[in-house]
Write a protein that binds this ligand. Structure first.
Ligand SMILES: Cc1ncc(COP(=O)(O)O)c(C=O)c1O
Length: 383
């Protein structure tokens, strides 16, 4: 952005950030720059802060009630993605709770569930915890970055019951294209695989990219799919606990509990509803600031980190960095933490295919990113 002083990532100073109680800021000692878990170093969007303040002042702190959260998302999805929902979203505590519920409804114990690895770490445990079997379908390296290998996916679908998809993909930041999604839908239809599409990062599209909801495709697999949506990543509301599970019109919903809403937080519902309805201009400022940061990081990597490869993500505020041509081995994040005092996520935590890579959270100030790169440069110099 042209006026970097107005970046949403420069509103809260480092001293205030260090006083935060969230996992991002409390896990590591003070000398560590925390650029790991997907929280943002922003203040709340003003309309969200206001509505939460009002709830505190009036003691509106009872059980969650979906008083228009689903409709608010439907309005946002129609405006932003051109997706007209045909079914009512179901309130759940968070996206992973919705993933659990969808997996339980769509599969039986012992069934095989495909994931495109490396992928968001809790996908593995979500499948295993309920007695299903993880089928890791590795992404393949291409000139554009790591992409879905459709031949491999087809082989893996033959014996699978469900595909837990991440779009946009975490950690690679890839936005699945219409042709990729159409191919996945054809394979899923052919092999009777239920698609569960985690679209939590979808509001965070970088310029030039467009989110296509899987459920919006004209396909039997799309109509039978489950979608997960939330305001928690894009408006930084993860601790408030509310997300939406959206079954397609022919999704296998009979196994879904009618009590899913009970674990959601009322503040999450109130904040999320306000986000989708009133805080889209704020989201656009965040997207512009992330866009600025990903180009800043690209310049810094080119100047300061020899051997490191970085292709700015197409979506999300997560940068996916390839250290395989440096001397830092399979787990560069360990050396970066120990010697550089910067906390990034180890690629290995997302899958064995991500040895030598790290994920860096760039939803922070340009100064923090610059300092982190300086520190990482000093780690590379000593290796
Ligand atoms: C792809 C993906 N899904 C789910 C989550 C977690 O969402 P929730 O806290 O709503 O369960 C994250 C968090 O970063 C994520 O990146």
């Amino acid at each position: 952005m042209s006026d970097s002083a107005r970046s949403p990532f420069e509103v809260v100073g480092l001293e205030q950030l260090r006083r935060r109680n969230s996992v991002k800021w409390r896990t590591y000692p003070e000398d560590v720059l925390p650029l790991w878990v997907a929280e943002m170093d922003t203040a709340l969007a003003a309309p969200i802060a206001e509505v939460l303040r009002e709830s505190v002042e009036t003691g509106d702190t009872g059980y969650a009630f979906d008083g228009g959260f689903g409709e608010a998302f439907a309005g946002f999805a129609a405006d932003r993605y051109g997706w007209n929902l045909t079914t009512a979203p179901i309130l759940v505590a968070d996206v992973m709770a919705g993933v659990h519920a969808a997996l339980e409804a769509a599969t039986e114990r012992g069934d095989r569930v495909v994931i495109s690895t490396p992928v968001y770490t809790p996908f593995y445990s979500a499948i295993e915890q309920i007695g299903r079997v993880v089928v890791a379908s590795p992404l393949t390296d291409s000139d554009e970055g790591q992409r879905i290998d459709l031949d491999r996916l087809e082989r893996d679908f033959v014996t699978a019951s469900a595909y837990l998809m991440c779009n946009p993909h975490n950690p690679t930041g890839h936005v699945l294209t219409e042709s990729e999604l159409t191919a996945i839908a054809e394979l899923a239809t052919r092999h009777g695989v239920t698609v569960i599409s985690d679209e939590i990062h979808a509001p965070l599209m970088m310029p030039g990219h467009r989110h296509i909801p899987f459920a919006a495709l004209d396909s039997d697999a799309a109509r039978a799919s489950f979608t997960l949506a939330a305001a928690s990543k894009a408006w930084n509301l993860a601790g408030l606990k509310a997300a939406l599970l959206i079954p397609g019109p022919t999704a296998p919903v009979s196994g879904l509990s009618s009590e899913l809403w009970a674990a959601a937080g009322l503040f999450g519902v109130i904040a999320g509803t306000t986000a989708f309805q009133e805080a889209v201009p704020w989201l656009d400022e965040v997207v512009a600031a992330v866009d600025h940061n990903r180009h800043l990081l690209a310049d810094l990597v080119a100047d300061r980190l020899p051997g490191v490869r970085y292709r700015p993500s197409e979506a999300t505020y997560l940068a996916w960095l390839d250290f395989r041509d440096t001397g830092l081995g399979d787990d560069p994040a360990a050396a970066i933490l120990e010697y550089g005092r910067v906390a990034v996520n180890s690629g290995l935590s997302f899958g064995v295919e991500a040895a030598g890579r790290v994920r860096m959270n760039i939803a922070t100030s340009p100064a923090m990113i610059t300092e982190a790169v300086d520190r990482i440069a000093s780690v590379l110099e000593r290796s």
